[in-house]
Design a binder for this molecule. Structure first.
Ligand code: HEM
Length: 344
């Protein structure tokens, strides 16, 4: 969405050792730009080798890309009725479920749920998307850009993650897990914060307590595509849809819920903002899988009211665009902004 993006509210009076942080403000550490430049460079170098330049640098395996509706709740408290959530409406959405690194669904991994909400209602209006990127773990494993860079330097020179979890990066413990159930039964968190009005929030999504149909109890197969198979079984064969609640944890205390450290979970009272309904469908045609592969999700596809906040998000702005440019160039793809009206 380029040049129309508003600048964030950055409190530059107190960059190092923030003593009295304010709700909704960012506090970039000194030298962050240098760390972002180094992370970009190293990420491209590592990413070009594995998983390969034609794939996403992270989350290369699409478990599934499915169509859904994103219905804004009609009982949102007034202070959160902002931007996408300003009035009860139903949008079309496209959701990509992914593995963080592995192509084998049986391996311990972090798993992604990337939601793209098609926000332009008028067929003739230019396409406009609001993306929400979530993972199946409530926190990120690195505090900030420097800490992420240190992880990548160590892991790319052969230090096992288990060793880093014992030493420099303790929050790696539990970050990757073996899936015991379908992606349609997991919960997902943004881990990093986003602006909502003058405040900051983190997002999460979880299977709704109330479903339109009883949910099937599926046992995962012993196959490298067991998660895709579980989704096919539910959505395509049994034709059973699933609802997720989409909610926020608002930042209610800027010290104990810092914007600049996504290793800390925000545990304020949740507020439900929307219902995501993934309806029965076939999603694994070659054409649809290819479309999803060539579609881009990024925290930086956003409406002005939902600007990404914090250092990890500031780094992602550049790293996601590096990754997508490299893979589109490698694959000879001209990227387009999807409208949500595509069909396969
Ligand atoms: C500095 C830290 C991070 C780096 C370097 C990073 C890097 C990347 C890259 C390069 C991609 C592929 C982009 C593309 O080619 O389209 C990606 C995708 C993704 N990332 Fe991150 N990421 C970071 C933090 C996070 C965090 C905190 C989350 C938490 C929600 C997250 C969730 C995801 C998800 C769900 C995808 C898949 C998007 C899709 O399905 O297209 N990442 N990440």
């Amino acid at each position: 969405m380029g040049s129309s993006q508003p600048e964030s509210q950055i409190d530059s009076s107190n960059l190092d050792g923030v003593s009295n942080p304010q709700i909704g403000l960012e506090y970039p550490p000194v030298d962050e730009e240098k760390a972002i430049a180094a992370l970009r460079q190293l990420h491209l170098k590592v990413h070009q080798v594995s998983p390969g330049p034609g794939l996403r640098g992270e989350h290369p395996k699409a478990i599934a890309g499915v169509w859904a509706t994103f219905r804004i709740a009609d009982d949102i408290p007034a202070q959160y009725r902002i931007g996408l959530f300003s009035e009860p409406r139903t949008f079309r959405a496209l959701i990509r479920f992914s593995n963080g690194r592995s192509f084998d669904d049986r391996v311990a991994n972090v798993r992604g749920m990337a939601i793209k909400v098609f926000t332009a209602h008028d067929e003739n209006a230019p396409a406009l998307n609001q993306d929400f990127l979530l993972i199946d773990h409530p926190i990120f494993f690195a505090r900030n850009v420097q800490h992420t860079l240190e992880f990548l330097i160590a892991s790319s020179s052969g230090t096992p993650s288990a060793q880093l979890a014992e030493t420099t990066h303790p929050k790696l413990k539990g970050f990757n897990s073996i899936a015991t159930q379908s992606p349609l039964k997991m919960s997902y968190w943004s881990t990093t914060p986003y602006q909502l009005g003058t405040g900051a929030v983190k997002y999460f999504a979880y299977p709704s307590a109330k479903q339109d149909q009883p949910q099937p109890d599926l046992v995962l197969s012993n196959s490298e595509n067991s998660l895709r198979e579980a989704m096919t079984e539910q959505l395509t064969r049994q034709k059973i849809g699933v609802n997720f609640d989409f909610a926020i944890n608002p930042q209610t205390d800027a010290s104990s819920m810092p914007v600049e450290d996504p290793t800390i979970e925000w545990t304020s009272d949740p507020v439900r903002l929307a219902t995501i309904s993934i309806y029965p469908q076939r999603f694994d045609s070659e054409a649809q899988m290819q479309f999803v592969e060539n579609t881009d999700w990024s925290p930086w596809n956003f409406l002005p009211e939902h600007r990404p906040l914090g250092g990890i998000n500031r780094a992602r702005r550049w790293i996601y665009s590096d990754s997508k440019e490299l893979r589109h160039k490698t694959n000879g793809v001209t990227p387009t902004v999807p409208t949500g009206r595509e069909s396969f």
